[in-house]
Write a new protein. Sequence first.
Length: 112
Amino acid sequence: MIDDTQMKKTAILKGLAHPVRMSIVEELATREMCVCDIAEMFHFDRTTISKHLALMKSLGILEDRREGLNVYYSLRMECLAQLLSCVERVVLGEDPGLFPAGCDCDSREARR
């Protein structure tokens, strides 16, 4: 059965399914960043980057705070860094079962 929770999870995964948004998430996993710094990472205008950020904020992936005229973004869903790391291992042909310390993913066998 497809319920509201499934639809919301799908929306979050769709929100990540863009190379620019994925790059932003991976960068924000390391530190909070100003919109101006995020925009400098890409060859797009700031409006395009702001739209990506707004989408991810509306999905609960990111959070922001204002400091004077600047807006700073950080990763609200910190678990995404581990998920993307796992996906990268699969892409590189590595064993996705080799999870870093502290990752809850290695308990997947216990949940089956």
